[in-house]
Design a protein around this ligand. Structure first.
Ligand code: CTP
Length: 411
C-alpha cells in the first residue's frame, strides 16, 4: 500500500481534495492530510479526519500522538500531493518558507512532490507565479497544470484545478501504480470497495413536495444531505448509482445518475423503475406520508375558496413496495423519530419488510434535519448496532460497509 500525504491549501477548489483522496484510496493508497489554516475555512478538518481515518495536521505544535507532526507527515509519504496549491503557497515553496504545518510538511518531504495549482487567471499569469512554477520545476517538483475554463471568481481562463481524475492518475503514475486507476470492476479496489464495485444501487433522497395548488405545497425539513452523501460514497466505491432526488439545493455527485422528482408519487414511480435492474436500494428520502386529494389547477383564493381544510390521502410507501419486490436483493430504509427510537425502528423493519433500518433521533441537535453529523443506530431484524455521533460522510461509509456485507450474504 502506498502512502500519500495530501497537503490542502486555502482555495475554493479545496473541496476537490476530498475527491482526490477518495480516488487515491480506491486505488489502495493510505492518505494523510496536512492543511493550511486558510484551507480549514473551506473544508473542515473533521471532513478530512473522517475520510482519511487519520488525525489531520493543521499546526506545527504537536498532536496527541506526535510532537513533530509535519516531520511525521513528510516521513510517512511516498508522495506529497498539494491540492489545490495557491499562488501564495507556491511562492513560499520557492523561497523555502515553512511557517505553517502545510508548507513545513512540504519542505520536510524526501519523497516526490506533486503540485496541482488552482487560482484566478491573473494570479496564475502573474510573472511572479510563473517564475515560481519554473523554479520549482527546475528543482524537481512535478506539476499537474491547471485547466482553462470558468473560474470560481467569475473570470474565464487558466487557473481551474486540473480534473480530479488527472490528478489521481498523475499521483499514481509517480507512485508507479497507474494500472489500478478507475477500475470500477473491483480489480484495483480494496476489500470493502470490491463488495459494491459494479453493483447497481438506487438511493432516494431529499423531501417531496405535495401540491395544494400551482403555488402552494406541503413539504418537510429534509435537505437531502444524507442521501447525497450515500450516493457519493457508493459511486466512489465503484457502484452504479441512480439517485432519485426530491427538490434539494445540492449538486449531483460525480458519476451518479440523478433522476429529479417532485412529488411522492413521482418518486415512487422513478424508484420502482430504477429498482428493476438494481442489486440494492437505500431509501433515505423523507417522503410525504399524505398528499392533497385534489390539488387545484389554479391558485386558490383565500377568501372565495376554503384554504383552512385540505383533504389528504395517503401516499404509496416506496420502501414497503421495494421490499415486497426485492427477492434476494437488499433494501435499506431510514427511520426518523423523536421518541422511542429503537422500538419504532423495530416496528418499522417488520412493517416494511426491509433488511436494515438506519434509525436516527431527529430531536437531538447532532442528528437533526440539515445537520452535518448524525448519531444513528443500525437496526437489523435480530440486532441493533448503536453508533457514535459521526459526520454524514462517515455514516454513509459505515452504512455502505454493512450493505456490502448484506450483498455478500447468501440469500
Ligand atoms: N418511506 C417511503 N415512502 C413513504 C414513506 C416513507 O419510502 N411514502 C421510507 C422513507 O424513505 C424511510 C422510511 O420509509 O426510509 C421510514 O420513513 P418514516 O417517515 O420514518 O416512517 P413512516 O413510514 O412515514 O412512518 P411514521 O410516519 O409512522 O414514522
Amino acid at each position: 500500500m502506498a502512502n500519500v500525504t495530501l497537503v490542502v491549501c486555502g482555495g475554493i477548489a479545496a473541496y476537490k481534495a476530498c475527491e482526490v483522496m477518495r480516488g487515491l484510496q480506491k486505488a489502495g493508497c493510505d492518505v494523510r492530510v496536512a492543511m493550511t489554516q486558510d484551507a480549514t475555512r473551506f473544508v473542515g478538518e473533521a471532513t478530512f479526519r473522517a475520510l482519511s481515518h487519520h488525525e489531520v495536521v493543521t499546526s506545527l505544535y504537536g498532536m496527541h500522538e506526535t510532537a513533530i507532526p509535519h516531520v511525521e507527515a513528510a516521513d510517512f509519504a511516498d508522495l506529497v500531493l498539494v491540492v489545490p496549491a495557491t499562488a501564495n503557497v507556491m511562492a513560499k515553496l520557492a523561497c523555502g518558507i515553512a511557517d505553517d504545518a502545510a508548507t513545513a510538511t512540504i519542505l520536510a518531504a524526501h519523497s516526490d512532490v506533486l503540485v496541482a495549482p488552482a487560482m484566478n487567471v491573473n494570479m496564475w499569469r502573474n510573472p511572479a507565479t510563473q517564475a515560481n512554477v519554473a523554479l520549482l520545476r527546475e528543482r524537481g517538483i512535478r506539476f499537474v497544470m491547471p485547466a482553462s475554463g470558468e473560474l470560481a471568481c467569475g473570470y474565464v481562463g487558466e487557473g481551474k484545478l486540473a480534473p480530479v481524475e488527472d490528478i489521481v492518475a498523475a499521483a499514481l503514475d509517480l507512485l508507479g501504480k497507474a494500472e489500478g486507476v478507475g477500475d470500477a470492476e473491483g480489480k484495483g479496489t480494496g476489500e470493502k470497495d470490491a463488495a459494491l464495485a459494479g453493483k447497481n444501487i438506487v438511493v432516494t433522497a431529499g423531501p417531496t413536495h405535495e401540491a395544494i395548488d400551482p403555488v402552494r405545497y406541503i413539504a418537510n425539513a429534509s435537505t437531502g444531505k444524507m442521501g447525497y452523501a450515500i450516493a457519493r460514497e457508493a459511486a466512489c466505491r465503484g457502484a452504479h448509482v441512480t439517485l432519485v432526488s426530491g427538490p434539494t439545493a445540492l449538486e449531483a455527485p460525480e458519476d451518479v445518475r440523478r433522476v429529479d422528482v417532485v412529488s411522492a408519487a413521482q418518486m415512487h414511480e422513478a424508484a420502482l423503475a430504477a429498482f428493476e435492474g438494481a442489486d440494492a436500494a437505500i431509501c433515505a428520502a423523507a417522503v410525504a406520508d399524505y398528499t392533497p386529494k385534489a390539488p387545484a389547477d389554479h391558485k386558490l383564493k383565500k377568501t372565495a375558496e376554503r384554504l383552512d381544510r385540505i383533504e389528504l390521502v395517503e401516499t404509496a410507501d416506496i420502501l414497503r413496495d421495494l421490499s415486497a419486490r426485492k427477492g434476494g436483493r437488499v433494501v435499506v430504509g431510514f427511520a426518523a423519530e423523536t421518541d422511542d427510537l429503537l422500538a419504532h425502528a423495530r416496528q418499522k423493519i417488520a412493517r416494511k419488510g426491509c433488511d436494515l433500518i438506519v434509525a436516527n433521533d431527529v430531536s437531538r441537535a447532532d442528528s437533526t434535519f440539515g445537520s452535518d453529523t448524525d448519531r444513528v443506530a443500525f437496526v437489523y431484524p435480530d440486532r441493533v448496532e448503536q453508533m457514535e455521533t459521526l459526520p454524514l460522510e462517515r455514516v454513509a461509509a459505515e452504512l455502505l460497509d454493512r450493505l456490502g456485507t448484506l450483498l455478500g450474504e447468501v440469500r
